[in-house]
Design a protein around this ligand. Structure first.
Ligand code: AMP
Length: 196
């Protein structure tokens, strides 16, 4: 099962991606987490992306495509995967398509989380208030991340709608309620194997 989760920051898609990965027995590939690890390790890549991510901007497509190509060539990705946070631009979606076609590993489903913008801001605000969170969780950066999402990432949803891969789910509700919807969306695609 090869799936992509798309949704605005604060939609809860990271939490759901972890749960779904466990259920399906496939790796959860979060480009945001990979970047945070690079930053924490002080690598060259980390140094290059630190200021960009902390300002709520997107890391350049070429860098991200190299990162994802490297990750998808690891052996565990042959089991399937859940992409969380990639693609974030139409250029990334196009590059991913070419990459996966070469590997004969097409995407089975793309799930988009739909959450109204005022609710997202509220969620991000409470995350910021809770403190101790991610460096990009403060209010100003959160608002910037939302803006970048609507401008650069929302078009990815249309891209996948046109490819016939898109399933939209309501992202409102408890973690369990959303998990049930996500499960249904993923199972609506043929060839889904659930780990026993
Ligand atoms: P996330 O944890 O997915 O919210 O990602 C955190 C930050 O990492 C984002 O705000 C971006 O700055 C950067 N990032 C993660 N994935 C990508 C991507 N696919 N393209 C560009 N930047 C990304």
């Amino acid at each position: 099962m090869r799936s992509v989760l798309v949704g605005p920051p604060g939609a809860g898609k990271g939490t759901q991606a972890v749960l779904l990965a466990k259920e399906l027995g496939v790796p959860h590939i979060s480009t945001g987490e990979m970047l945070r690890e690079s930053i924490a390790s002080g690598s060259e890549l980390g140094k290059r992306v630190k200021a960009i991510t902390e300002a709520g901007n997107l890391v350049p497509d070429g860098t991200m495509i190299d990162i994802i190509a490297g990750r998808l060539s690891k052996s565990d990705a042959a089991l399937g995967f859940i992409l969380d946070g990639f693609p974030r631009t139409v250029a990334q979606a196009e590059a991913l398509k070419v990459l996966l076609e070469k590997k004969d590993m097409p995407i089975d489903v793309v799930v988009a989380f739909v959450v109204p913008e005022d609710i997202l801001l509220g969620r991000i605000q409470s995350r910021a208030k809770a403190g101790g969170g991610r460096a990009d969780d403060n209010l100003e950066v959160a608002a910037k991340r939302l803006k970048v999402y609507w401008e650069q990432t929302a078009p990815v949803i249309s891209f996948y709608r046109d490819s016939g891969l898109l399933v939209e789910i309501d992202g409102l509700g408890t973690i369990d309620e959303v998990r049930v919807r996500l499960d249904k969306a993923v199972r609506s695609r043929k060839g889904v194997k659930i780990k026993q």
